[in-house]
Design a protein around this ligand. Structure first.
Ligand code: HEM
Length: 403
């Protein structure tokens, strides 16, 4: 608990009159993150009226201290409690403890490590097929031919909903734009997704769940009274939203860094167990979910500066993961670095990613299937990032796979 005196004495957070979501900052966020981190532990982003947190320690506090930084206003920039909110609340990620604790326990039962382990053979079989095809082609787009081809075929299947891949891409783009500001990027994503919105609401309903998937088990948990009545479609939506694009993004960044660092590729080739480290290090450097928001429950002091009550606070994982206060040589890709559980890419605290072991299992199976078949992985052109408000994901990744 902080004392009144601390609140009174602390200076206001410094003001930064810059848009984190400008075209330039979305294309290359790291110079902006440096400015933001150096200005203070929290800075007030004037164009959008929220506090941005880019240092490692304070990002962890905002993510996990739910008494001061609540998810009740939603994990996006806009406050979903206010009129005109364009999103329905997620019944897991936008609920604070103690209610969250009950929901999380019910879902954790469905997604136990034991259950996730049983999917491993399916992931591996699909990974072998996709790796065979990619290696036969030689020069590929790492996004279309590897990461999307793999994740879009395995994740919806274990979730248990049948969705055409191009529609998944539209809803993902909409979701991660919606978590940011109401800008031109969001307007364009909304326009592209409008024709499929009715279908999207339908496909989350019980009758569309495939037998044996974990989405079906979510409906069963609702029937058993473990989840709130009527919440199952929203839970399915949360898993669908959170599980696809993030994993595609993380595996894509791993392939990009391995192709650009032959010495690191050689380390992984010599000891494939190091692929785990490569995935975590790529997640650190290019946090797929770049920022998540909370709302202050009262006036609070964070890192010695004052934040006003009832104001949104964004914890920028992309910035915290390169904070030199935490990491030596933070911009360097080093797969031997101990990052698991330290980087913020899976969040921290009660809302720590519930699907992290699924994404790790997907990453390990596809990366190791590729590694076994090739001696070298080389860039075959310039990678291009996809401009999305809060998602750091590659649009194209030209690669040469040398067997
Ligand atoms: C590399 C891949 C992934 C990344 C980077 C990622 C990132 C995150 C982050 C940062 C959070 C915390 C959000 C917050 O603090 O508000 C989170 C929560 C969550 N993730 Fe993931 N995620 C990934 C994969 C997955 C997968 C595969 C699933 C599907 C099972 C999933 C489902 C969820 C759910 C349901 C939550 C909400 C948990 C809660 O509120 O208790 N995620 N994820």
């Amino acid at each position: 608990m902080q004392s009144e005196a601390t609140l009174q004495d602390a200076p206001d957070a410094p003001v930064l009159d810059e848009d984190p979501f400008s075209d330039a900052n979305i294309a290359d966020p790291y110079p902006f993150f440096r400015r933001m981190r150096e200005l203070g532990p929290a800075v007030y982003i004037k164009p959008h009226g929220y506090y941005a947190v880019g240092r490692h320690v304070e990002a962890g506090i905002v993510a996990s201290d739910y008494e001061r930084f609540s998810v009740a206003g939603g994990v996006g920039m806009s406050d979903i409690r206010k009129p005109g909110a364009w999103r329905a609340r997620s019944p897991i990620s936008e609920v604070d403890p103690p209610d969250h604790t009950r929901v999380r326990a019910a879902l954790q039962k469905i997604l136990s490590p034991l259950v996730v382990k049983t999917w491993r053979d399916r992931f591996a079989a699909r990974a072998e097929e996709i790796a065979d095809r990619a290696v036969a082609k030689g020069t590929v787009d790492g996004v279309a031919d590897i990461t999307e081809a793999f994740v879009l075929s395995v994740f919806p299947e274990v979730l248990g909903i049948a969705v055409p891949p191009e529609r998944i891409k539209l809803t993902g783009e909409l979701n991660f734009n919606q978590l940011g500001p109401n800008n031109a990027r969001l307007a364009a994503a909304l326009e592209r997704a409008t024709p499929i919105m009715e279908w999207y609401a339908q496909v989350l309903q019980r009758e569309h769940m495939l037998p044996g998937g974990f989405a079906e088990k979510i409906y069963q948990a609702e029937d058993a009274g473990e989840l709130e009545p009527g919440s199952a479609p929203l839970h399915v939506r949360s898993f669908f939203r959170a599980g696809v694009d993030t994993t595609i993004a993380g595996i894509g960044s791993t392939l990009m860094y391995l192709s650009q660092h032959p010495d690191q590729f050689a380390l992984a080739k010599a000891d494939p167990a190091r692929l785990k480290g490569a995935f975590e290090e790529a997640l650190r450097l290019e946090a797929p979910a770049q920022v998540m928001f909370r709302v202050t429950t009262g006036d609070v002091v964070l890192g010695g500066v004052k934040l006003k009550a009832e104001t949104k606070v964004g914890y920028h994982m992309g910035a915290a993961n390169r904070d030199p206060r935490q990491w030596t040589d933070p911009d360097r890709f080093d797969l031997t670095r101990q990052t698991t559980g330290v980087h913020k890419s899976f969040g921290q605290g009660a809302h720590l990613c519930i699907g992290q072991m699924i994404s790790r299992s997907e990453a390990e199976t596809i990366l190791s299937a590729l590694l076994r078949r090739i001696d070298r992985l080389e860039p075959a052109g310039t990678p291009r990032w996809r401009p999305v408000n809060t998602l750091r994901t590659l649009d194209t990744l030209p690669l040469r796979l040398v067997a």
